[in-house]
Design a protein around this ligand. Sequence first.
Ligand code: SF4
Length: 198
Amino acid sequence: MKQKILLHACCAVCAAGVLDQLKNDDLAVTLFWYNPNIFPKVEHDRRLNELLNFCDSQNVKILVGDYDWSEEHAYWLSLVDGLENEPERGKRCEVCYRMRLEAVATVAAQINDHHKNEYSFFGTTLSVSTHKDAELINKIGKKIDASYSHTKGNSLKYFIADFKKFEGAKKAAKISKELNLYRQNYCGCEFSNIKDKK
Ligand code: SF4
């Protein structure tokens, strides 16, 4: 039986690219949406809807985080308070990566509590972007998985990856064009300033 991974996805473009990379691995992937960092709400909803449509068309399983965008974005803002002027890949992004990785790990662990070790791994698509610091993302993920395996009796492990490697970012862009997916021109929060398309 395939091992299962709950994989945080930030958008349809990244999800499509990463799923393509994982298609030959012996893994059953369920995507997970939790991105309250995305601003404004209309953009958050647009990216979510695009991802849901993609999952529907490709027969991919997805869980959508149960949160109210306004409340959760306000919480996100409180976490990055004072870091508004940080460059991308800086301290604000570190907080943002951690918040989303903790969310996917928590949900996977909760599911494992009820369905014994349903998920072997949790992870994220974030590293497929050339604008994301895979080393830092992996460092945060490994720290979270250490806390799960040592303190919560859960065998959940973080899936270490740098999906941008081996032209992963280029391939994600190519697939997204072929599938005519919505390609945003900024990372997500109101402080991000990436203007080149994913
Ligand atoms: S730039 Fe992107 S990763 Fe960094 S804080 Fe904003 S939304 Fe999060």
